[in-house]
Design a protein around this ligand. Structure first.
Ligand SMILES: Cc1cc2nc3c(=O)[nH]c(=O)nc-3n(C[C@H](O)[C@H](O)[C@H](O)COP(=O)(O)OP(=O)(O)OC[C@H]3O[C@@H](n4cnc5c(N)ncnc54)[C@H](O)[C@@H]3O)c2cc1C
Length: 400
């Protein structure tokens, strides 16, 4: 049996589901495919910026945790406690993704809980035909690749990305601390590009490290993350927590954590400067969204905002009858900013005045309210990279 649709959207993460919802609401016939087993989360910190929550307040309908304060640690362990003017949210990805997928279904999209084989997806006269792993054939005029960083459709239509355009993130989902205190922590790594995080969710804590694929060294980074996690559970109230050092009395915590935590790992696109210029994510009858397109912040790995925004832009272009305009729209909307982030990545994790830039940034922020405000805006998603360094410096130079 063959089913015919206007659009075939492969992948029901935030990008695919949101595009399906917007299009189905406008009476477009959409099929949305995803083969992820029920209850299996997409590996992710689940942090959604204030900018995204303001743009799409309906996201607050998903049950998450609101974060009003955050502890930032420099590579040497200096702590900065930030009260956020604009809170962000942390979601379990099972909850967040199901919420968006249900909205797409309620809007009228046909949700097919099966994987699609990119290899067997072919152009036909009327558009595209694809097969699910159950062997069912579907046809549609337009094909949308929204199946994440390992997208087979993106490889087929836009070409593969080299390892230098990828970041790696891995971590553990672990129980909430028995004390009930679960601070939200971001700690910049010593020696490596990237950071570790502890993001408490309603029923567990997501720990992880994000770094570049080029520089990925599995064992030392895993050891580093374990020290970070153990120190987190020790809950020492001091402003110089040495997250990266061995500490006493950690054996019991470690053995409990090893027995209860679940490991995950995945790639995040982190496109290099040049790739932003050359990447094409849309053609006459196809387009890519979110991670499949490469749309994540190369400095932080944040991708949910760009997944949702790309979905919105694509839906607008399709409904205006000009799908190919999507290429211009995403570049104007957030492409320049992400390209700037790619240019900044080396400097952000590089040295500045004889120490890591992130070390200096936290030192300055401890003494300057203005620098703290700029950092708060960065976390909220409201501060771009184009003028970040200038703003930080200007705030640091101002009298206290
Ligand atoms: C460890 C980690 C932590 C992160 N933390 C954050 C964070 O805190 N905040 C943030 O903003 N971003 C974060 N990101 C990035 C964020 O997860 C992505 O940018 C975002 O999920 C992209 O959404 P998407 O819809 O494009 O793709 P995805 O969320 O990857 O969704 C793709 C969907 O496609 C499905 N799929 C895959 N292959 C097929 C197939 N062949 N057929 C059918 N379906 C398929 C998958 O099951 C999946 O549901 C993190 C990423 C990682 C790896």
């Amino acid at each position: 049996m063959t089913s015919n649709f206007d659009l075939l959207i492969v992948g029901a993460g935030p990008s695919g589901s949101f595009a399906a919802e917007l299009l189905a609401k406008a009476d477009v016939r959409v099929a949305l495919f995803d083969g992820r087993p029920e209850g299996e989360p997409k590996p992710c910190g689940g942090g959604v910026t204030a900018k995204a929550l303001k743009a799409w307040p309906q996201l607050l309908g998903a049950i998450g945790r609101t974060i009003n304060e955050l502890d930032l640690y420099s590579p040497s362990g200096k702590k900065l406690h930030l009260e956020l003017d604009e809170p962000f949210a942390i979601y379990s990805r099972v909850v967040f993704d199901s919420y968006l997928r249900d909205r797409a279904r309620d809007a009228g999209a046909t949700v097919v809980p099966d994987r699609v084989s990119a290899r067997k997806t072919k152009p036909v006269d009327s558009g595209w035909k694809l097969f699910t792993d159950r062997g069912t054939e579907y046809r549609g005029r337009i094909l949308i690749g929204a199946e994440g960083a390992n997208s087979g459709i993106a490889k087929m239509l836009a070409g593969p990305l080299p390892p230098s355009d990828m970041e790696v993130a891995f971590g553990y989902r672990a129980p909430l601390p028995a004390s009930g205190e679960a601070p939200t922590v971001v700690a910049f790594l010593p020696r490596w590009v990237g950071y570790a995080w502890a993001f408490p969710r309603p029923d567990h804590v997501s720990f992880g490290i994000a770094t570049t694929q080029d520089a990925f060294e599995h064992q030392p980074l895993d050891d580093l993350l374990w020290r970070f996690m153990i120190t987190y559970y020790q809950q020492r109230d001091d402003s110089q927590i040495r997250f990266w050092k061995e500490s006493n009395g950690s054996e019991k915590i470690e053995s409990e954590l090893r027995a209860t935590s679940e490991r995950y790992a995945a790639r995040i696109p982190g496109l290099a400067d040049k790739t932003w210029e050359t990447r094409t994510v849309c053609g006459q009858n196809w387009a890519l969204l979110g991670d499949a397109a490469g749309f994540a912040d190369p400095v932080t790995g944040e991708g949910i905002y760009y997944a949702l925004r790309s979905a919105e832009l694509l839906a607008e272009c399709y409904l205006n009858g000009s799908l190919e305009e999507y290429e211009t729209r995403w570049r104007e909307d957030f492409g320049a900013e992400l390209r700037r982030a790619a240019q900044m990545r080396r400097r952000f994790y590089g040295n500045f005045w004889g120490a890591p830039f992130t070390e200096r940034m936290i030192e300055f922020a401890k003494g300057h309210r203005g620098v703290r405000r700029v950092l708060g805006d960065l976390i909220a998603g409201e501060q771009g990279y184009v003028d970040l360094r200038r703003k930080l410096l200007r705030s640091a130079m101002r009298p206290l």
